[in-house]
Design a protein around this ligand. Sequence first.
Ligand code: SF4
Ligand code: SF4
Length: 442
Amino acid sequence: MRQAPSQKAPPKAPPAFHVLVKPTGAVCNLDCKYCFFLTKERLYPGSPFRMADDVLETYIRQLIEAHRTPEVTISWQGGEPTLMGLDFFRRAIEIQDKHKKPGMTVRNTMQTNGVLLNDEWGAFLREHNFLIGLSVDGPRELHDAYRVDKGGHGTFERVMRGLRVLRKHQVDVNILTTVNAANADHPLDVYRFFRDEVGTEFIQFIPVVERDNETGFQEGTKVTGRSVTAEQWGRFLIAVFDEWVRRDVGRVYVQMIDVALGNWAGAPPTLCVFSPTCGNALALEHNGDLYACDHYVEPNYLLGNIKERPMVDLVASPSQRRFGRDKLDRLPGYCRACAVRFACHGGCPKNRFIATPDGEPGLNYLCAGYKAFFTHVDRPMRIMTWLLRKGRAPAEVMRILAAEETKEAKGPAVFAGARRNAPCPCGSGRKFKQCHGRGSPP
Ligand code: SF4
Ligand code: SF4
């Protein structure tokens, strides 16, 4: 049998990159109404949609060879990856162990709808330290609005059962929540459900922006009625942020807020959507076809097949580097002049299909929401950045904001003449010098 290609990283290859691998292609056991991936089945007519062993080994070997970092992450996604069955993943671990470089850590993450999870899965996922991204859209009525099975029935109960399995086996779980027309006006119901009832510490919100066309590709400017509007998206994020910044800093991690704080603090970008450029988050289909991005699994963005050309060459190819640079090069003038560009960077190119107020194409459909959110969070973000620079915990922002609100409510006269070591007049129980008498944040 001909050995699939293997090669040293070309000079333009990034030291690390991310590939969402779809062992079942687009095939899923559910029929979520907003799923952009179900239409992708048309790309491979007649395919069994199961990753063969030689593709699996080629992928893992090439990914490990291509990384010049001590850690590699393998991200299983779909469709629904658990449809492959446990033996497929046992084999994947075996291959990882075979090809791992000395001292290298290989991590596995899996995005799943959770309905097939049982104790056997739970024990396996725990044993191999999988990080699970579980798709839940909120409490039952909001979740069941769009996340239905092939018979059109809600899946909430089954997903919660899957979550209980994961909890029982102490598997690490992130909640992945799409924000769509059904739940967008209920931000606090959604957030508090996850925080108080599910008890999650990690939440990722993903806006549903679903183009309304026949192809299922990123074409046209019409969106479906299931999509979130820009204004809803902004209001949703602001409501969640306001709750979080008053109660949950340091104990609940909301990806969008975390990434924003990183951008305020000037840290290297961690999420492609809010980075100046992208192109290092690709998608691998079940047959070895590599695409520019999970959102661009379309013929025009097919880079090649990893059985014919090493993955690292495809990642470093001029067309993929151009794809990544286009995020910056095609930024409209309106974004370039935007006060929150440093945090937003124009968002994801897949959503840049509206015109700016002066008629330039290429503005993000969610722009109004991003602008409202990033503007709203500016001061708390500056406080948290200031705290970080002083070596203090960002969670102190909660006390600072509470103190300011008390000060506003009680009036500044209460604090006039307060002694440094006396109890603070705001009633916090702390000394004045450790409360309202403390050095002022920005
Ligand atoms: S197109 Fe969007 S999702 Fe894809 S890599 Fe670029 S920013 Fe990320
Ligand atoms: S908020 Fe709007 S104008 Fe500003 S960078 Fe983002 S998409 Fe562009």
